[in-house]
Ligand binder design. Structure first.
Ligand SMILES: *[C@@H]1O[C@H](CO)[C@@H](O)[C@H](O)[C@H]1NC(C)=O
Ligand SMILES: *[C@@H]1O[C@H](CO)[C@@H](O)[C@H](O)[C@H]1NC(C)=O
Ligand SMILES: *[C@@H]1O[C@H](CO)[C@@H](O)[C@H](O)[C@H]1NC(C)=O
Ligand SMILES: *[C@@H]1O[C@H](CO)[C@@H](O)[C@H](O)[C@H]1NC(C)=O
Ligand SMILES: *[C@@H]1O[C@H](CO)[C@@H](O)[C@H](O)[C@H]1NC(C)=O
Ligand SMILES: *[C@@H]1O[C@H](CO)[C@@H](O)[C@H](O)[C@H]1NC(C)=O
Length: 449
């Protein structure tokens, strides 16, 4: 196995009967305490023993998006339901439909697993706002692409029993049961009955026919290895503080493969065969062995402002990171003045407002290209106003935390941060009095001579 296996995480949903599978790296939640994925099941119409349902999946996580190969939604039918027809998504398996006479349903699986369609499928297979290959952005990044919608008709299969060579309907033909009830226990757990729908009156009917459940990240992946690290430099010190050695893996670990771009190791690079395939990361050989490195460079100090350059380097040869996001925690971010080349939104993290999210500009740098001879990279510069008491000392100019795609990055230990030189030239924000006294000095020299 390569450097790292493919992780498959299951979201924990409030109804155990549902399971949502999403391929995604580990995340941390403290900056997104309300992050969740919401699944809604609306029954639109009933007709005899069949109902039409619309299912929506909304990504309500601040900075975790769902990337390729996309979401999968599964559940277990309580009875012998089948999905006759579906638009905007499809089941992965049809299952055994031999026992059902006539035109076979879309799927007869007791535990169907539904996946998204790719963009550009024929119009009659689409619903509005569907078909994004399972990809869901965050609401912040693109509100038009953070949800998935599909519709399906669900019916109770009319099973036939073969009795002495003659097909006869089997007993117990009843209306299909509704999907599993939602999380809050005080909801009526009876499946909606057919009568109610024939005479149903507006609101009550709608309430009865909507099931909502939420899924949050499962915490069980706490032990997963990191996937990014942070390096630092500054204008006031020549030292470049590298990512900690073995941040993500150790180069000398014989079980870890890496790629030395100075050698011809192209055969090692196994590119995905299709858009849906997830291949393990193939990283460039570095001491940190992370697929992603964030470099934080304190670039300039002005009288009232300071400027930082942030660069995201992709060391993974087999992955383009689409719709990437970067979350930064720094006490001065609440005084951020300008961001170049990236989008930015502060995350209102109680109580300090010291956290913000950066992401790429569509068609410009929202895709972080795979590593080639040079690491793919995207870069921004940010301009911050110096808060009262601002200092470059004590490592203050460096971030507290950084995460990439919701994945916390490994930081160098604080005692290694680039330090101010001892005979400190003025970096403080009150440089005006010093300039002023120098001016007075020049003036007095001038007068003397
Ligand atoms: C099936 O057919 C056999 C003889 O052909 C007969 O003895 C048997 O009773 C039949 N069974 C049913 C359930 O009709
Ligand atoms: C039909 O329903 C009855 C009562 O609900 C149950 O006892 C019986 O097992 C069912 N038969 C089949 C074939 O599902
Ligand atoms: C990344 O994008 C480039 C340019 O579009 C493409 O040539 C390359 O195959 C992509 N890599 C992967 C791993 O999809
Ligand atoms: C954080 O931001 C909110 C909304 O802009 C504001 O109401 C609040 O006072 C801020 N808190 C701090 C500590 O700056
Ligand atoms: C630069 O920072 C490093 C790391 O903290 C420190 O060891 C070094 O002494 C600093 N250089 C100067 C000139 O202060
Ligand atoms: C900086 O000053 C500290 C004490 O103030 C001293 O221990 C250290 O050696 C000095 N470092 C340099 C590079 O001059």
């Amino acid at each position: 196995m390569g450097y790292s296996s493919v992780f498959r995480y299951i979201f924990l949903c409030s109804s155990l009967l549902f399971h949502l599978h999403i391929y995604k790296a580990d995340g941390f939640d403290q900056l997104d305490p309300h992050g969740m994925i919401e699944i809604k099941w609306d029954i639109l119409t009933w007709e005899d023993d069949t109902y039409n349902a619309q299912i929506s999946i909304l990504n309500k996580q601040a900075f975790r998006h769902i990337e390729k190969p996309g979401w999968r939604l599964g559940w277990t039918w309580q009875n012998d339901e089948v999905i006759w027809h579906i638009v905007g998504a499809e089941a992965t398996e049809q299952g055994d439909c031999r026992r059902i006479p006539g035109k076979p349903p879309h799927t007869c699986e007791k535990q169907p697993e539904i996946i998204d369609l790719l963009p550009g499928v024929p119009y009659n297979m689409q619903t509005s706002n569907c078909c994004k290959g399972g990809v869901l952005t965050t609401e912040i990044q693109d509100p038009s692409k953070h949800g998935a919608f599909f519709q399906m008709s669900v019916g109770k299969a009319l099973f036939m029993e073969i009795v002495n060579g003659t097909a006869k309907p089997s007993v117990n033909q009843t209306a299909p049961a509704a999907p599993p009830p939602a999380d809050d226990g005080d909801k009526d757990q009876q499946p909606p009955s057919k009568d109610k729908h024939d005479t149903g009156k507006g609101k009550e009917k709608r309430d009865q026919d909507t099931w909502k459940l939420t899924c949050t990240y499962s915490q069980m992946q706490a032990s997963q290895t990191p996937t990014c690290c942070v390096s630092m430099s500054s204008f006031y010190n020549d030292t470049i503080v590298q990512c900690p050695t073995c941040s993500c893996a150790c180069r000398r670990d014989p079980t870890k493969q890496c790629i030395d771009p100075t050698k011809d190791l192209q055969p090692l690079i196994e590119l995905p065969h299709s858009e849906d395939e997830v291949v393990p990361p193939k990283v460039r050989c570095t001491e940190h062995m992370c697929p992603i490195r964030i470099h934080w460079h304190v670039k300039t100090s002005y009288k009232d402002y300071w400027r930082v350059q942030v660069t995201v380097h992709n060391f993974n040869f087999v992955k383009n990171y689409s719709d990437w996001s970067l979350v930064v925690q720094h006490p001065n971010l609440k005084s951020l003045v300008q961001v170049f080349s990236f989008n930015y939104k502060p995350l209102l993290v109680f109580p300090t407002n010291d956290t913000g999210m950066f992401w790429g500009i569509p068609f410009y740098n929202n895709m972080l290209m795979q590593s080639s001879v040079d690491a793919g990279n995207v870069q921004t510069e940010i301009l911050l106003k110096k808060d009262p008491g601002f200092t470059f000392g004590g490592g203050f100019a460096f971030p507290v935390k950084i995460s990439f795609n919701g994945d916390l990055c490994v930081m160098p230990p604080p005692d290694q941060y680039p330090r101010l030189p001892n005979s400190s030239f003025s970096l403080s924000s009150n440089s005006r009095p010093i300039l002023f006294s120098m001016f007075l000095l020049l003036l007095s020299l001038y007068i003397v001579y």
